[in-house]
Design a binder for this molecule. Sequence first.
Ligand code: HPA
Length: 271
Amino acid sequence: MIPNIKEAREFLESKLAGFKPEVALITGSGLSDIAKALANPVKIAYGDIPGFPKPSIPGHEAQMSFGELAGKKVAILMGRIHLYEGRTLAEVTYPINVVDALGIKILIVTNAAGGINPQYKPGDLMIIEDQINFMGTNPLLGGLGENGGIKFLDMSQAYSPRLREKLDNAAEKLHMSIWRGVYLATIGPVYETPAEVKAFAWIGADAVGMSTVPEVIVARYHNIEVAGISCITNLAAGISGKKLSHDEVLEVAAAAQEKLSKLLAEFISTL
Ligand code: HPA
């Protein structure tokens, strides 16, 4: 059992008055506008939820927001916790354990990422087809929770083919062009060197970021179906020769949010 998870579930259920979310959505850096589309949201600060760690990076609100979106009962986790904040894997993946404890079976993850694929441009969206764990660690090390036991988890369909097809169909319906590619995560907090970006392209990555991978591993541990979208906020280091900045990442994410929110709403309506 994960420490505090029962208390977290009971606390949230007491606030939700019978509302049972079916879908969870974790929003990446500067990508939480979708939460404004929730009808009559119940907002709960991360800091109020037993066991829940708070993020500490600008651009990440720190709350769960529950409500109806596109006809579905949704829990939006605004802002995530990152390894680069010096947090533990248990903290980074705690929200996923909460999602599981609430009985949610579908998780959507979004993130900001640097484009490695030379066709990608800032502001583009990419359906995540698969991931590469380049963080050098794994949230299932030693087993999950006190008595979790080691699990040799199958990751051959980390991102659900069924949900990927629905995302494809949603984008097509909206006449939105979208890439499909592989997301690679480093531990951060530094951006990559051009040599690293070249190496990552070589091993099959289309986009690079500093999040998502641990959460998806823990979601799959719980047998939660996962869909993911990266917002390409910049060209990865060395591709354009331009310096990378977090401000630019947030700026481009802000500009791409409307498109992303439309896609998410259309996708969620089909779940
Ligand atoms: N590298 C790593 N993480 C990122 C990037 C990047 O270029 N852009 C946004 N998040």
